[in-house]
Ligand binder design. Structure first.
Ligand code: NAX
Ligand code: ADP
Ligand code: K
Length: 504
């Protein structure tokens, strides 16, 4: 798990790293740039025949740019270096490195208000080292003009953060002049902007470049934001037991399906059955019985009295994991059935899809949600629950407030799905890809989460584990059959591989 830190926290970590490892700021910059250089050379090998234009500001981001330029120059890459002074005082590290470049007779051009004609060819590469984590107000003036010109380039690699973007909160940033990078090399610590859809087109693909910051110093920083990694899940996985039987592996219940939407029930059930549950029951209307008995013979079907949708859920105390929502529909009687269930149930629920939509239209039922439930809205469903937001930052505020109010976990789905806890901690998922943006992918997640709760995982562990394994199944599917063709059925097919990888 990596901490997502603010710029001020990163500065403190830098300072402690230098003190504890007896490094000067110049040495730390040298290490940072060396790691950037190594990554650049291996990952962007195909740029080797292009001219690399490196644009440096006169802060430490620019300092990184200068050192990187020196290393690329020495390694015989074709580099052109430019710098501009947006601040009247150069940072010490920038100044020292500018001297070094001059001494080495590496050509370097100063850009200013009267001189910023740039000639960059289509196949050329721009490295953006103008502003990094030190940006504290919107970019204006001639630096803004330079950024606008650079944005006409096709290949832009940003160092640490695309210039013009702030690490954590851009609500007071006009965002008029921001580098639109094709790739961002973020220095060791993930920044909040990396996970926010609004800034995706400025950030491009991103990579974390480890520079050896002091682990204790990172430990000492407090943050509510985390980047969840595969290695975090291994610790959560329960060991299998030789004398286990279907009764000890938990009994799950999925309340899903209605006329015309039985596919959602089939998907969630199959996902649950690939996620270790001992026994699975599915509550469904009469029209779904035959479909389910054929498609999911391992599951038991609990038949509703209604032909087309769920109207009556009787007793649920025997189930440890209960998932409700996939393909449920929003019929009047289904709404009543959900209200009845909420009054009846004491164990945490997995609440998805139409069950969320029904809750959104009965806000007074939110207080009936059992503590520790897991809600899995996509952004559209979440908006119905909490109203519109004006920015991604406000979205996270609403998410925290909502989780506190309903004392439950929410997985806000999408790229870097965000799990928020009742205590207001945020975990961004590191697995998953855009090939999963297909109908039915969410139903698979509901099945997985239901199965994990049934097996006795705590809600928090189930939410982390489920979110990670679901995304990993998507990543393995993408690698095996490609993002275009993969669909929800493939997520189920590759779930066994994902569970095995997390267990390794
Ligand atoms: N641990 C790390 O992350 C390390 C980071 N380093 C680099 O240091 C960078 C941070 O360096 P700095 O703190 O010098 O910050 P920047 O290089 O981002 O420069 C910010 C400077 O510009 C000024 N400024 C801010 N907004 C402005 C605006 N809109 N218009 C004009 N001037 C503005 C600020 O007063 C500040 O002096 C990081 O992004 C990274 O590239 C490395 O050198 C060493 C280790
Ligand atoms: N671009 C993406 N990157 C990563 N994961 C994605 C992306 N788009 C969708 N997903 C994942 O796919 C699933 C889609 O769920 P949802 O929208 O509820 O679909 P459905 O309701 O059709 O089942 C979520 O788990 C989401 O995180
Ligand atoms: K930058």
């Amino acid at each position: 798990m990596k901490k997502v830190l603010s710029s001020s926290a990163i500065r403190r970590v830098d300072k402690k790293t230098m003190e504890r490892l007896s490094l000067s700021s110049l040495q730390l910059m040298e290490i940072a740039a060396f790691n950037l250089f190594q990554f650049f050379c291996s990952h962007f090998q195909f740029y080797q025949t292009s001219t690399i234009h490196i644009f440096c500001g006169n802060g430490n981001n620019g300092g990184d740019g200068l050192v990187l330029a020196r290393m690329l120059f020495k390694a015989k890459w074709k580099v052109k270096v430019y710098y501009l002074r947006f601040s009247s005082k150069d940072s010490n590290e920038f100044a020292a490195n500018l001297n070094q470049l001059n001494e080495m007779k590496i050509p370097i051009e100063e850009l200013n208000e009267n001189r910023f004609d740039l000639s960059i060819q289509q196949s050329d590469v721009v490295i953006d080292a103008l502003f990094g984590s030190g940006l504290n107000r919107s970019v204006q003036g001639f630096v803004g003009k330079v950024i606008d010109i650079l944005n006409q380039s096709e290949h832009i690699v940003a160092i640490d953060i695309p210039s013009g973007l702030m690490a954590a909160d851009n609500r007071n940033n006009s965002l008029e002049h921001v580098i639109k990078a094709t790739a961002t090399l973020s220095i060791q610590v993930p920044k909040l902007c990396l996970f926010q859809p609004t800034y995706a087109e400025c950030i491009g693909e991103w990579h974390l470049i480890d520079i050896g910051l002091d682990h204790m110093a990172l430990e000492e920083e407090q943050t509510p934001y985390y980047f969840l990694e595969r290695s975090d899940i291994k610790k959560l996985i329960k060991p299998s037991r030789t004398f286990a039987h279907k009764g000890t592996n938990g009994h799950g219940l999925l309340i899903s399906g209605s006329f015309g939407m039985m596919g959602a029930a089939v998907l969630s059930a199959n996902a649950a059955l690939r996620s270790g549950v001992g026994l699975l029951s599915i509550h469904t209307p009469k029209c779904g019985v035959e479909i389910l008995q054929q498609a999911v013979p391992q599951a038991m079907v609990e038949v509703d009295i209604h032909q087309y949708f769920t109207t009556c859920i009787q007793s649920v105390e025997q189930y440890k994991g209960i998932g409700i929502g996939p393909g449920l529909g929003q019929a009047e009687n289904t709404q009543k059935a959900i209200h009845h269930l909420l009054q009846l149930v004491i164990q945490p629920l997995v609440i998805d899809a139409d069950a969320l939509n029904i809750l959104a239209s009965h806000q007074d039922w939110l207080s009936l949600i059992p503590t520790g439930s897991i809600l899995t809205p996509h952004p559209g469903e979440f908006k119905r629950l909490v109203g519109e937001w004006n920015s991604d930052e406000e979205k996270l505020e609403k998410l925290k407030e909502f989780c506190g109010k309903v004392k439950s976990y929410v997985i806000l789905k999408g790229a870097f799905s965000c799990l928020c806890t009742p205590e207001g901690l945020f975990y961004f998922n590191s697995t998953g890809n855009e090939g999963m943006a297909k109908g039915g992918s969410g139903d698979v997640l509901t099945g997985i989460l239901t199965a994990l709760l049934a097996q006795g995982y705590t809600s928090e562990s189930a939410a982390m584990f489920g979110m990670m394994v679901h995304g990993l199944a998507g990543d393995i599917a993408a690698e095996s059959i490609g993002k275009v063709s993969m669909n929800a059925l493939d997520l189920i097919e590759f779930l066994p591989h994902a569970f095995m990888q997390l267990n390794d």
